[in-house]
Design a protein. Structure first.
Length: 205
């Protein structure tokens, strides 16, 4: 049995929205809204599940890599500490201080004068020979100053000149002689002729 308008069976709900009642249209909108919400919820749940799986998979992979990869320890260089060598003590050298002198006219610095030790003057004594013997018979000299004796020509018993303490035995029979004694210490140094008849002495103080 069909409707007289479009031939559809009697009692079937028509799908034409224009012929639906307000309540049916409202029910269909609610149903469609619930279906969309359900699909969104399901999609969100699937997405969250996929993201959680990826995160868990990444964490597991990192842990496995950490376990399988040995830790790399940077080599530590050990330097043996040797004690510093001890240098020998060096005696301090006294500094040389140049004396301040006036500059030369051309502006060049003056050459410092070099002090030279001047040797002490030699003590020279002339001993003559007369009738009384040596003149003078006593010669006085200073200690530490070179001494030179000039003994005159002698004849007879006055020939020859001896100074035993200095090991001197000289012949003055043909000419006068020069005897260099050098520096002597304080004391008395006797001298005589070769026959020990003419005597004298050198007194050093």
């Amino acid at each position: 049995m069909t409707d007289s308008v479009d031939g559809s069976p009697r009692g079937r709900v028509h799908d034409d929205p224009w012929r639906m009642g307000d309540e049916e249209r409202r029910a269909r909108r609610v149903t469609a809204r619930e279906e969309r919400r359900h699909r969104r919820s399901r999609q969100n749940a699937l997405a969250a599940l996929a993201i959680g799986s990826l995160v868990a998979l990444g964490a597991g992979t990192a842990a496995i890599a950490q376990v399988r990869t040995p830790a790399v320890v940077a080599p530590v260089s050990v330097v043996a500490q040797t004690p510093a060598p001890t240098l020998p003590a060096v005696a301090a050298t006294p500094s040389v201080t140049a004396s301040a002198t006036a500059a030369t006219p051309d502006g060049t610095p003056p050459v410092p004068a070099v002090k030279r030790s001047v040797p002490a003057a030699s003590q020279r004594f002339t001993i003559a020979i007369g009738d009384a013997g040596y003149e003078p018979s006593v010669v006085k000299a200073k200690a530490g100053v070179p001494i030179t004796l000039i003994v005159a020509k002698g004849a007879g018993c006055a020939a020859g000149f001896l100074m035993p303490s200095r090991g001197i035995a000289a012949d003055n029979s043909g000419h006068r002689i020069t005897i260099r004694l050098g520096k002597l210490k304080a004391g008395v140094y006797p001298f005589s002729c070769g026959m020990d008849m003419v005597q004298g002495r050198l007194v050093v103080r």
